[in-house]
Design a protein around this ligand. Structure first.
Ligand code: NAP
Ligand code: 3JN
Length: 361
């Protein structure tokens, strides 16, 4: 096993996340034998590169997974729902970046800094959480582990790239039109296919994805349920109360979050800084005297989650604020996905248990 090299397929390889999956795999500790780059028929035949060598993009079909050991998937929930069971049937272990399998009881939802042991009983599919959830739980887990956690109230400031390459393009062309004094033409945000579209450039959109129960958006419900599944193993766990407001901001890359939380004990802000400073994947940037705090521009291209503005709520003992920023396409998507795959390799878990494929039929 020590010398094994893995055949890896990247599903959605041409997308905003997929291109970063290629880079993160190139920089990973995973010993790669062959890499297969899969997308839709639209991109079949295009040339991308892996470690400097050209690789032709293939149309993703069930037989694309013959002989594949690891699938890194980021081509949307419907594609994962259709193709990942086929990959598992053919013996490939899949790390899925979409929401399709996240709440399935047979599927671990994993952030390696928080719940890596959930990988142990996997059935061939492991889910990568939503980007906004990942960076929040990376910052909250060291606090929960040391001081207990009762409640979380989060507001997000989410970059355009969370909605795909087409949303980044839309933000750029709207910004140019605004500066040129022309009308802005919104066709994608806040949600592709919705009845109304609004410009994001020079604006804020308090809607990410569609509206659902209790007037929360789908993105807000994802943050609530995913946080509970990752931290407590149950999407409805009552032990930590979580509520969210998700807002799209005119930033290309890098999600910000104000996280207000209440702990069981009453640490000082310095205690919280110390707990975060030694936590894996976290970089504390918190010095008001030097105007040091995390920003999307400085987080872009990095794998870490950056935390600053840590302070107590002076009118509510045991409650605190912090500001959390991360590259949504890396720690929020491609890096977390590849990091899960690294963990599977390190733990000798790149195998599909007998009979697992039927769980996803
Ligand atoms: P994107 O830039 O629009 O890229 C979509 C990718 O999916 C492209 O490679 C596209 O290939 C491929 N694709 C589309 N339809 C396909 C099909 N029928 N068969 C095979 N491949 C197909 O989107 P993105 O931002 O990379 O996001 C992709 C997905 O990743 C999202 O839908 C979402 O599920 C997930 N995501 C997760 C997070 C997170 O929070 N963890 C964040 C962002 C995205 P073509 O080039 O052929 O069109
Ligand atoms: O909008 C963002 O900033 C994050 C978006 C994530 C996303 C976009 C389209 C589809 C997801 C996701 O991963 O939660 C999905 C999805 O797979 O449901």
């Amino acid at each position: 096993m020590a010398d094994k090299k893995f055949n890896v397929a990247i599903l959605g390889a041409t997308g905003a996340v997929g291109t970063r999956l290629i880079q993160q795999l190139e920089q990973s500790t995973i010993p790669v034998n062959e890499v297969h780059l899969l997308a839709s028929s639209r991109s079949a035949g295009k040339t991308l590169h892996f470690n400097g060598k050209p690789v032709t993009v293939e149309e993703a079909v069930p037989d694309s997974f013959n002989g594949i050991d690891i699938v890194l998937a980021s081509a949307g929930g419907d594609v994962s729902g259709r193709l990942l069971p086929e990959a598992v049937k053919r013996g490939a272990v899949c790390v899925d970046n979409t929401s399709h399998f996240r709440m399935d009881d047979n599927v671990p939802l994993v952030v390696p800094e928080v719940n890596p042991d959930a990988l142990a009983g996997h059935n061939g599919i492991i889910a990568n959480p939503n980007c906004s959830t990942i960076q929040m739980v990376v910052a909250l887990e060291p606090i929960r582990a040391q001081y207990g956690l009762k409640q979380v109230i989060v507001s997000t400031y989410q970059a355009a790239s969370g909605a795909g390459q087409s949303a980044i393009n839309e933000l750029r062309s709207e910004a140019q039109d605004y500066l040129d004094g022309k009308p802005m033409d919104a066709k994608i945000l806040p949600v592709k296919g919705a009845e109304k579209h609004y410009p994001l450039a020079f604006n804020l959109l308090p809607q990410i994805d569609v509206f659902e129960d209790a007037d929360y958006t789908h993105e807000e419900w994802k943050m609530i349920h995913e946080t509970k599944k990752i931290m407590l193993g149950d999407k409805n766990a009552p032990d930590i109360k979580v509520t969210a407001t998700c807002v799209r901001v005119p930033v290309p890359i890098g999600h910000g979050e104000t996280v207000y939380f209440e702990t069981e004990q009453q640490p000082t802000p310095d205690d919280l800084r110390a707990a975060l400073a030694k936590a894996p994947g976290v970089v504390v940037q918190d010095d008001p005297s030097k105007q040091l705090y995390p920003q999307p521009l400085t987080a872009e291209g990095k794998r870490d989650t950056f935390v600053g503005r840590i302070r107590a709520d002076v009118e509510n003992p045991g409650a605190y604020h912090m500001w959390v920023v991360s590259d949504n396409l890396l720690k929020g998507a491609a890096w977390n996905t590849v990091q899960i795959a690294e963990e599977l390799v390190a733990r000798d878990l790149v195998r599909v248990p007998d009979g697992a494929a039927k769980l996803f039929n």
